[in-house]
Design a protein around this ligand. Sequence first.
Ligand code: DQA
Length: 142
Amino acid sequence: MRVLVLNGPNLGRLGRRQPEIYGTTTHAELADLCVAWGAELGLAVEVRQTNHEGVMVDWLNQAADDRTPVVLNAAAWTHYSYAVLDACAQLEAPLVEVHLSDPSKRPEEFRHHSVVTAYAVEVVAGHGVGGYRMALEVLARG
Ligand code: DQA
């Protein structure tokens, strides 16, 4: 089974971006880990990251067309992007929402709402990069 792991804005700087919150693993290392975990779980994983909302919508629309399961960390778009919400609403294969931190426990009020959750079969938050493995396990279980 093919799975897309889609990461939104500022996640390209993982490892250097606020490591006290997001950890020291870089995005390239996270991508390698996801591919390796996927192989163990029988999943062909492709990891992408973009800072551009329209690019993310295009990827999600393609996943809808192809019925590809998605692991999505929409990063800040999680909290306000109705374009991402509408794109998630069109997915037919399972969507797992993932966050490195647990936005619901962070002090900024704006992080407490997710436009993605309503369309996700599961939310994995606060487990750092290991959360991506947990998200892939959800999809592998089917
Ligand atoms: C994040 C949490 C979001 O609130 C934040 O905007 C991010 C990363 C996370 O993985 O913890 O960019 O999605």
